[in-house]
Design a protein around this ligand. Structure first.
Ligand SMILES: Cc1cc2nc3c(=O)[nH]c(=O)nc-3n(C[C@H](O)[C@H](O)[C@H](O)COP(=O)(O)OP(=O)(O)OC[C@H]3O[C@@H](n4cnc5c(N)ncnc54)[C@H](O)[C@@H]3O)c2cc1C
Length: 458
C-alpha cells in the first residue's frame, strides 16, 4: 500500500486524472507477455521528462518502487510490478520529435511504437532496421531498455547498435543527456549502460536513433526441409555462401502445423521445418544474392523452394512467421518462452538437443527464431492445470540453459532477464561479475526504487 499523502502529492504533480488507483483499472498494468501477474498500487500517465523527474523524486522520498512501462510486450516480466508501487506509463509520450533526413537521426519520445516510426521514416526514403517481431505494438523505450533484437539483426544488429543518444532521469532527480544530446565528449559511455538495463538504472525519457537509406529492393526465399537439423544446417550454409541476408528465420514442424491454416502458401505434410531468408540492397545486389541463395539451398535438397519479390508475395511468406508467436498458444495456453543464443556453429547440435529434451521430459517443445544470429526461441507448452508437466518443463528449461552455456551461448539473445530468467542468471555469470553489476545498480539506485528485484536473484 502506498501512503495517502504520497498519492495526494502525485495527483498534485501530474493532475488528478493522470493517477489511477482503482484496482479494476490497474489489472491492465499487472502483466506483460509472460505468465505472471502482480498489481501495482498506482499507474501514472506522464507527458514529459519533467513529469517523470517529479515522479521519481517523490517515489525516492517515500521509498515507493517505480516500474517504467512501454507497451507491456516484454517476454520476461520486466514491466510487472512484482513489489507493487507505481507504473510509469509511457503511452502518452509517443511523439516523433524530429527526423533529420540530412543527419540520418530521429529524436523520439519513448512511447513511440516502433512499427509506426518505421512506417513514417520509410516515407522519407529512410530505414530504421531493428525490428522485433512485436514492432507493431512494442515501444522504442521498451526496445532500448531490452536492447531488442529481431528479424533484421543478422545484417544490421540490435537496437543498441542504432541508439545515437539518450535522455534519462536518475533516482537523484537529475536529467542526464548522452550521445547526440550532450554538448561534450563524455569520458564514460553512460548511455551504453542503459541499453538492456530493463528499467533498473534510470527512466529513459527521450531516444535518438540512427537511420540508414531504405533498401531499393528485397527478395525473400522460403525453403522447406525434412527436419529441424537440416534446416539449421541450411541456415549456416546460407551464411557461409557469401550472401549477406537481411533476415534468416526458421520454424519447426509444430510451428508450421500451428500456422498452416492461415498460410497463403502450400506446405507439404512431410515438411519438418522451414527457413525464410531475405536479401535487401540495390537491385543488382539482391539479384546476384538471390542466384547464390537458390543455388546454395538447392544443393541441400530441400522439399521445396519458393521466391517472393512483390510486396504481396513477400507478405504471404512473412505471414507464416509473423502470426506464429501469438498462434502457438493454440497448442497449450501456458507458454514458457526461452530465447537462448548460441554460436552459429552450434545451432544444428542445439536444434537436435532441444528436440531430444522435449521427448525426454515429455513436454511439447516448439522452436523457431532468428537462426542467422544464433537466436533460438524454445517454447515449452503446458497448462496451468498440469502441475507435474509444469515441473518437468522447468527441469527441462534449466537443462536447456546449462547446455546453452556449455556450448558457449547465452540465456537471452534479446528478451532480457526480468523475472523469468532471474533464477538462472548464475548459470551464466560468475560471482565476481554478478557482484560488480549489482554494484553498478546500487550506484545508480541506492534505495532500490527502480524496478526492484529484476534481473538479479536475491
Ligand atoms: C509476439 C511477440 C514477439 C516478440 N518478438 C520480439 C523480437 O523479435 N525481438 C525482441 O527483442 N523482442 C521481442 N518481443 C519482446 C518484446 O516485444 C520486446 O522486449 C520489446 O522491446 C518490449 O517493448 P515494450 O515497449 O513492450 O516494453 P515493456 O514490456 O513495457 O517493458 C520492457 C522493459 O523495459 C522497461 N522500460 C520500458 N520503457 C522504459 C523506459 N522508458 N525507461 C526505462 N525502462 C523502460 C520496463 O521497465 C521493462 O523492464 C516480442 C514480444 C511479443 C509479444
Amino acid at each position: 500500500m502506498i501512503p495517502t499523502k504520497f498519492t495526494r502529492k502525485l495527483k498534485k504533480l501530474l493532475g488528478h486524472e493522470n493517477v489511477l488507483t482503482d484496482e479494476n483499472e490497474l489489472v491492465a498494468y499487472s502483466y506483460d507477455s509472460q505468465p505472471q501477474q502482480a498489481l501495482p498500487d498506482a499507474m501514472v500517465l506522464v507527458s514529459s521528462t519533467n513529469d517523470i523527474a517529479g515522479t521519481v523524486k517523490l517515489a525516492v522520498e517515500y521509498g515507493i518502487p517505480i516500474v517504467a512501462r512501454g507497451a507491456g510486450s516484454g517476454m520476461t516480466g520486466g514491466a510487472i510490478p512484482e513489489r507493487g508501487g507505481i507504473i510509469v506509463n509511457m503511452e502518452r509520450m509517443d511523439r516523433i520529435i524530429d527526423i533529420s533526413v540530412e543527419d540520418r537521426i530521429a529524436y523520439l519520445q519513448p512511447g513511440v511504437i516502433t512499427g509506426d516510426f518505421q512506417a513514417v521514416v520509410s516515407e522519407k526514403g529512410l530505414y530504421y532496421p531493428p525490428e522485433p517481431a512485436s514492432s507493431q505494438y512494442s515501444s522504442i523505450g521498451g526496445n532500448v531498455a531490452e536492447s531488442a533484437g529481431g528479424l533484421g539483426c543478422v545484417k544490421y544488429g540490435l537496437t543498441k547498435h542504432f541508439v545515437a543518444g539518450l535522455i534519462f532521469v536518475t533516482t537523484g532527480g537529475d536529467v542526464v543527456k548522452t550521445g547526440v544530446y550532450s554538448d561534450k565528449d563524455s569520458p564514460f559511455d553512460v548511455g551504453a549502460l542503459m541499453l538492456g538495463s530493463e528499467g533498473t538504472l534510470a527512466v529513459i525519457t527521450e531516444v535518438a536513433v540512427r537511420l540508414i537509406d531504405l533498401p531499393e529492393s528485397r527478395v525473400t526465399v522460403l525453403a522447406l526441409f525434412r527436419s529441424l537439423v537440416e534446416t539449421a544446417q541450411a541456415s549456416n550454409a546460407v551464411l557461409m555462401s557469401g550472401v549477406n541476408p537481411s533476415v534468416l528465420e526458421f520454424m519447426d514442424r509444430r510451428c508450421i502445423d500451428t500456422v498452416r491454416e492461415y498460410a497463403e502458401v502450400s506446405i507439404p505434410d512431410d515438411t519438418g521445418a522451414l527457413l525464410i531468408a531475405e536479401l535487401d540492397g540495390d537491385t543488382t545486389e539482391t539479384e546476384t544474392g538471390h542466384k547464390i541463395l537458390l543455388e546454395t539451398l538447392q544443393n541441400l535438397h530441400p522439399l521445396d523452394l519458393k521466391s517472393a519479390r512483390t510486396e504481396k508475395e513477400r507478405n504471404a511468406l512473412w505471414k507464416l512467421r509473423k502470426s506464429l508467436s501469438p498462434a502457438i498458444v493454440k497448442i497449450a495456453p501456458l507458454k514458457f518462452n526461452e530465447d537462448i543464443c548460441v554460436p552459429l556453429s552450434r545451432i544444428p547440435e542445439m536444434a537436435a538437443f532441444v528436440e531430444e529434451l522435449g521427448k525426454r521430459h515429455d513436454v511439447q517443445v516448439v522452436t523457431f527464431g532468428h537462426s542467422g544470429d544464433g537466436n533460438l526461441h524454445v517454447n515449452f507448452m503446458t497448462h496451468w492445470k498440469r502441475p507435474d508437466e509444469i515441473a518437468r518443463a522447468k527441469t527441462a528449461i534449466e537443462e536447456l540453459f546449462r547446455e546453452t552455456v556449455r556450448v558457449g551461448g547465452t540465456l537471452s539473445g534479446e528478451h532480457g532477464i526480468g523475472i523469468a530468467k532471474r533464477p538462472y542468471l548464475s548459470i551464466e555469470l560468475d560471482e565476481a561479475t554478478m557482484e560488480f553489476e549489482k554494484r553498478i545498480k546500487h550506484a545508480f539506485d541506492p534505495g532500490n526504487i527502480l524496478n526492484p528485484g529484476k534481473i538479479f536473484p536475491e
